[in-house]
Design a protein around this ligand. Structure first.
Ligand SMILES: [Ca+2]
Length: 162
């Protein structure tokens, strides 16, 4: 007789590669200086999107995100943000809410990302708990831009559970 032992190991989800795409971009409205939301998802740190709202109107209003489309819903567990270039000091926010929606209008916060700096490199959020698969994801500004001007975003990444 042989005895077989089956060991089941549960591996925690790890963030996969960025699933964002310029074609899926959604936003709260763009400033005339940089109105194209797809610029935040084109993998080009030389192009940006800027919010139409400025100063004290940024927090809780300006957002940039993705509508992934039917059949392409995502379980996002990490985001990354290239929020500033050396030529635009202070045009970043220090906190964002990572939010999801199933209908594109009612949003729920999955994670609050604080401590975003004016670093001129891609900043990666901590991995956060899965909130499940949803069709729409966004970063909602949770602070005002440091300069009192608009919020500028060079690149955003959405990384799903794998
Ligand atoms: Ca870009």
């Amino acid at each position: 007789m042989t005895q077989e032992e089956i060991i089941i190991v549960e591996r925690p989800a790890v963030p996969g590669a960025d699933v964002s795409n310029s074609a899926f971009a959604i936003h709260s409205g763009g400033h005339a200086d940089a109105p194209t939301p797809g610029n935040a998802f084109d993998n080009n740190t030389g192009t940006r999107w800027a919010s139409s709202v400025t100063g004290g109107a940024v927090s809780g209003s300006a957002y940039i995100g993705q509508s992934f489309g039917a059949g392409n819903e995502q379980d996002i567990i990490q985001v990354a943000l290239h929020g500033i270039a050396s030529s635009f000091p202070g045009y970043h926010v220090t906190s964002v809410l990572v939010q999801y929606s199933d209908n594109g209008s009612a949003w729920t916060t999955a994670y609050t990302w604080n401590g975003i700096t004016d670093a001129t490199t891609l900043q990666v959020s901590p991995q956060f708990a899965s909130a499940g698969v949803h069709g729409h994801w966004r970063l909602l500004a949770n602070s005002n831009g440091g300069s009192g001007s608009y919020w500028s975003v060079w690149e955003v990444e959405f990384r799903p559970a794998t």
